[in-house]
Design a protein around this ligand. Sequence first.
Ligand code: 5GP
Length: 186
Amino acid sequence: MKKGILVVISGPSGVGKNTIASKIVEQGYGIYSVSMTTRKRREGENEGSDYFFVTEEVFKSYILEDKFLEYAKYNNNYYGTLKDFVFHNLNNGTNVIAVLDIQGGMEIEKIFPQAVLVFIMPPSFEELERRLKKRNTDSEEDIIKRLAIAKEEIKYKEKYDYVVINSSVDKAINDIIEIIKKEKNK
Ligand code: 5GP
């Protein structure tokens, strides 16, 4: 059986990565890689489907047991991709869609170069700011930090295999589905 492919989706906070990833999953092109994090759960997020929410102590025990394919600290919280989850699915022929920050994307590129890296760009920086504010899930202070991180992150887009601009969500979803089809047939 043909193995699944690991698709890493990165892009600045608020660019719509999770919306895009969940639609790709809904349409049957892969399974969402549920990461572990020490960040506080936001309203509307579910344990086990958005993240596995744990304490820093638990997260660190996972690091020691080498259970992460990669992990990173973003805005003072830890986030990690679970090795078993990813490889179990890839070996069963299922694509895995991992939504990671740039550090995660770059780390995956090093340790698992077969992964397909997709960077999602906002149509403009102003639009990104507008979307983060509209999302209404983060404090003003957190939004300012996320925008500063975004400015740095955008510099890394050249290191990704594909860059997709999210001016229309449907178009971005279709672009990524085409990428998945093409890469799966390689
Ligand atoms: P948020 O707090 O908005 O859910 O996520 C913050 C950032 O961490 C986002 O860019 C998100 O894609 C990224 N992220 C989520 N899970 C992981 C992970 O397992 N590893 C890495 N490196 N980044 C992650």
